[in-house]
Each structure stands twice: as C-alpha cells, then as structure tokens.
Design a binder for this molecule. Sequence first.
Ligand code: FNR
Length: 402
Amino acid sequence: METICFQKIEGGDGHNMGIDDAINYEDLRKLAKHRLPKIAFDFIEGGVEDEVGLDRNQQAFRDTPLVPRYMRNIDGVDKKTELFGHTYDGPFGVSPTGLIGLFRPGGDLMLAAAARNANIPFVMSGSANCTVEELGETAPEHGWFQLYAARDNTVSEDMIRRAEAVGLSTLVVTVDVPVHSNRERNTRNGFTRPLKMSLETRLDALSHPSWMMGYLRQGMPMIKNWLPYAKDGATADDVANLVTAQVTAPLTWDNIARYRDLWPRNLVIKGIMHVDDAVKAAEVGVDGIVVSNHGARQLDRSPASLEVLPGIVAAVGDRLTVMLDSGVQRGSDIVTALCLGAKFVFTGRATLYGLTAGGKPGAAKAIGILNNEVDLVMAQMGAANIAALGEEFIYKPLPRNY
Ligand code: FNR
C-alpha cells in the first residue's frame, strides 16, 4: 500500500513545503530528511570517512561550464534516448539502492513503477527488499537487476538464472565493493551489524511518527532476494547477516567472464573508474559500463566519475556503452555527462529522496523535476535532441592572446 507524505515542513525560504511544492533536488532532500530518523537519513546521504568524495562529485559538474549556442531555431527538445535497443523517454535512469524498504515500505516497486511510467530504466539493487520476480511483474521492460557477487558462486548464478527467467533485459554487476567501506556516520549512529542503537537514536526514531508507523508495521525490512539461500525460518536480521558476509566476495575478471557465459542479454559492469579496467571490460565482452564511484560511498579519495569519464570514453566508447552515475542532482549534471560522452546517466539519491518523501508520486516528482531541468537546459544551450549534445558545449578556456 502506498503512503504519501502530506506533512508540510518549513521550506528554505520560510514557506510550508509538501511534496507537491518541491521544485528541486534540495527540496526533496529536505523532505526526506524530515520524514526519516537520523540513522536512516544518514545512511542515504552519507559518504565515507571525511566525505570529501561527496563534494568532489558535485564540484566536478559545477566546474564544467556549458556554453550555450543561440539562434538555432529550437522549438521543443526531443530527449528520447536509445539504449540497448530500447527507446527511453529520457537520457537517465534510476541507480540501484539497497534497503529501500527502510525508507519507504514497498518502495522498491514504487520506484520501479514510477520509472516504468516515465519510460526510463530502474535498476533493482542486489540488496533490495522486493524480489526479482516481483520486479518482473511490475516493470518487465524497464526493470534491470543488479548483482552483488556472492562468495558462494551458486548463489550468484541462481540469481542470474532468476533474472533471466523473469525476462529482464539487463544484468548489472557492481564491482566496487571489495570490502564494506568505512561509513563513519553509520558507525556513530550504531547502524552496524549487529545494530547498536543508542537510547538517543531510539528516541529520535520515535519522534518521526509517519516513518515509525511503517517501521512498526513491517519491522526491519527483509532482503528478500536472499531469503531462499538462508536457513529455514530466517529472520530479516539473519538474512542481512548472510548478505553482509557474502557480498564482499573476492571478485575477478574470471567471474565476469563466467557471468558473460551465463547471461545471454545485456551485461553491464557498474563501478568502473580506471581506463584499463574499462578496456578489460570491453575485452571480456560486456555490453556496457557505469562509470561510478558508488555515490562517494566506497573510496572517499576517488576522483569524481565525471573526471574520469572523458578518458574512458576515448578508450572504449566505440566498443561498449559508457554510462555514468555519482553526484547527479540537476538536469544540467545529466546534460554535462552526456556532452562528455556518456550515453546514459543514472541517479541514486535524487530519486530515492523523492520516493522517501512521497512514495510513488514522490518518485515520479523527482523524475519529473530532472526531466524538466534537462529540457530547459538543452533548449537554453541550443541542443534540439540528445544526438546534438557533445564537446562543443563544454567550455574550454582559450589562451589569453586568442
Ligand atoms: C547506493 N548504491 C548502491 N549501488 C549498488 O550497486 N547496489 C546497491 O545496493 C546500492 N545501494 C545504495 C544505497 C544507497 C542509500 C545509496 C545512496 C546508494 C550506489 C548507487 O547505485 C549509485 O551509484 C549512487 O547513489 C550514485 O550517486 P548519487 O546519484 O546518489 O550521487
């Protein structure tokens, strides 16, 4: 059942704000923050250690000005984007995010449905709170499945088989979690395995009644895809322990080659940051890569994905589909990545904040905001369609004596 956040909060400029009033990412972030206890909100917003990566991701976009071209007779923008043989209505999709049920019970499928309705792809996380079979029913043409390789190969291979059985088009293998990263906000909040919630954390949770009602109804959400591999009668906690122990598997290119053999449709690696890894991905025959630093949640001192994008596109752009995520908050960020050679862009927190704040309508709102911003920025720049975007629009300072 969907619940909508009707509660109004004080907006940045002093007005009362509900989901309908949200006009940008920051509004959605504020609404999500208001709905969630700190322990849950910090899990979404947080980065690693000093959190310099979060700023770097955003700064990379801001440091890349877009140069508009005028008098190009632009009367409307066509954002249709072809990706792996499917024509989507926009050049971006929804990145996989785990534990969505903690922010919005049933949220995985709400986000999937919002993406389907907007004709953009939704990637279900390997630690989602719904199953790949449910995704196959809700968004058979728009749902992609993200795999966290398990230590036990038979688990990974069974999940791949299940995604194939329900007819999903695209398997995304996330490779940037060799270890669980040092997310200090989670440590301080006691959001650890096992949970170590202080009295203060519990009291804070109680002071968020609309979130608390959902939590009381469902308890800690189950990472449902993993239930078949847990012991009989496993609780949500048992399954979470299993996932924690299994997903930091030592992963090599041999695993990717094996998945390539098993998976007959589009295979994407998510988390590539080095040109040589991109080249290797092309060599083992994957169809696409997502250049991503996991939203600055793994290696804090990683470059921004936008910074490494041009080199990767130059090396492999003609051999596989290069996509990007990490730090996207505005339509202009999406357009910038496309101008620098990405074929498609994904958002994690933007759509997750929308979902958290307002359920399915909130997710739709987040997608709508980004769509609208892309339209406006492209029209302002003089780009009538996605194919028109390119390096031409990226500002490059000229020598002083030019
Ligand atoms: C993530 N991310 C992620 N990635 C993945 O491959 N599997 C996962 O289960 C998760 N889980 C997850 C949870 C939460 C709360 C967040 C915020 C992120 C990373 C995600 O797919 C994506 O790479 C980043 O979110 C992109 O950065 P932005 O758009 O959030 O800045």
